[in-house]
Design a binder for this molecule. Structure first.
Ligand code: FAD
Length: 373
């Protein structure tokens, strides 16, 4: 996006390209993410190979399953298209214009971030190197160096951990036709998809669960036990091609700008995957970040740069709240007081009967528009 706006940039990546292109991660794209990818010329393969969908089903143990129709309430569609595929498309676009990506770097450090001459140092093949720049986009994920470069008396971190994780598998089988969230006394389950021959399924697991204790047969059996019978009967099982366990947590670091450093994506915030927001938030941050840098570097106006953190954070907190709400609604909580369990069940009943609540969830699920886009 910076290249399209005539701004030079250089990407430093800790991993090899092969490693990045093997990582399996998110895959449900909000309408705004889909529109942006199309607008910047990255929509062709997504439109050919992705799987558009119009909402999600909720199956609550012992109650009728129903569908939250995002298309009906918002007029917009979402798209199942793997993050790994988007990354491939991004590499291809970058290669096509000769944009530099320096991979397998180590010891990246950010310097003089509040001066007019910031610079970045790193090591590659045993040699130390330095890049002088105008701005640093801190897009290096939760464990990167960018957020850690903001002094602790400036940075505020808001955090919530949940007492469970998600065990996920990917299999080359036809997916269950709807993205379906299942609430069950054995624990939450989710049927999701990447393309017509790639399924993604998750089950809630204990925080100390270990992958080696979950061979495929045990996973499929437990998944099916948490789904309504007709759904379980139609799930096509097969060998997993990926299996992982992730703890669930919510984290927001503020501010997202410190001098010449602008944080984006997981470097600034983590959402539990329940709302499928992590990748989409990274995309909206990048939209705001590009707008801010383009305006400043092309016109010397700093209107969007000055407001980068507060604008991005408004959307971040919305996604945090929605993801927290859905996580609280649909999981089993160990030692939950009976009163809270009843409130949760009633929340579901309210969602089931009220078109207003469904419309509100649909609006957030499909994604709020980017401000000023
Ligand atoms: C296993 C898994 C499953 C997920 N599933 C979902 C999902 O279903 N739905 C959803 O919405 N979200 C999901 N997420 C979250 C989503 O993938 C992230 O929110 C998204 O990747 C954020 O993008 P990002 O670019 O900010 O960070 P990342 O994708 O983490 O990219 C950061 C990059 O920076 C590099 N890096 C890190 N440190 C350094 C350094 N010091 N120097 C140089 N480079 C560095 C990393 O190698 C990485 O390539 C999942 C995440 C994981 C890990």
């Amino acid at each position: 996006m910076l290249h399209r706006d005539g701004i030079d940039s250089l990407v430093l990546e800790r991993q090899s390209r092969a490693h990045v292109l093997e990582r399996i991660r998110a895959g449900v794209l909000e309408a705004g993410t889909v529109d942006l990818l199309r607008a910047i010329g990255l929509g062709e393969r997504m439109d050919r190979e992705g799987h558009p969908h119009d909402g999600s089903a909720i199956a609550w143990e012992g109650k009728p399953r129903f569908f939250i129709d995002t298309k009906k309430y918002t007029g917009k569609r979402m798209m199942a298209y793997g993050q790994t595929e988007i990354t491939k498309d991004l590499y291809a676009a970058r290669d096509a214009v000769g944009g530099p990506i320096i991979d397998e770097v180590s010891n990246v450090a950010l310097h003089a971030l509040t001066s007019s001459k910031p610079y970045v140092t790193y090591e590659k093949e045993g040699q130390s190197r330095r890049i002088d720049c105008d701005y640093v986009a801190g897009c290096d994920g939760y464990h990167g160096v960018s957020r850690a470069s903001i002094p602790s008396d400036v940075l505020r971190t808001f955090e919530r951990s949940y007492p469970f994780g998600w065990l996920g598998i990917m299999s080359e089988t036809p997916p269950y036709p709807d993205l379906c969230y299942c609430y069950h006394s054995r624990g939450f389950a989710l049927a999701s998809m990447r393309n017509p021959m790639l399924s993604r399924y998750y089950i809630q697991c204990d925080l100390d669960a270990r992958i080696e204790d979950w061979p495929d047969d045990r996973f499929w059996e437990e998944l099916k036990a948490r789904c309504p019978k007709d759904m379980a009967d139609s799930i096509v099982v097969g060998p997993s091609i990926e299996k992982s366990i992730a703890p669930l947590r919510s984290v927001v670091a503020e501010p997202m700008r410190y001098g010449c450093l602008l944080l984006a994506g997981d470097a600034a915030h983590i959402v539990p995957p329940t709302g499928a927001k992590g990748l989409n938030l990274a995309v909206s941050d990048v939209f705001y970040l590009t707008r801010a840098l383009t305006e400043t570097l092309k016109s010397s106006r700093t209107h969007h740069l000055d407001r980068y953190s507060e604008t991005a954070l408004r959307r971040v907190w919305n996604a945090e709240r929605m993801s927290w709400w859905l996580t609280m609604l649909i999981h089993q909580f160990p030692d939950e007081p009976p009163f809270e369990r009843r409130l949760r069940e009633n929340q579901f009943d309210y969602l089931h009967v009220s078109e207003h609540v469904q419309a509100s969830l649909a609006e957030q699920y499909v994604g709020l528009p980017f401000e000023g886009y």
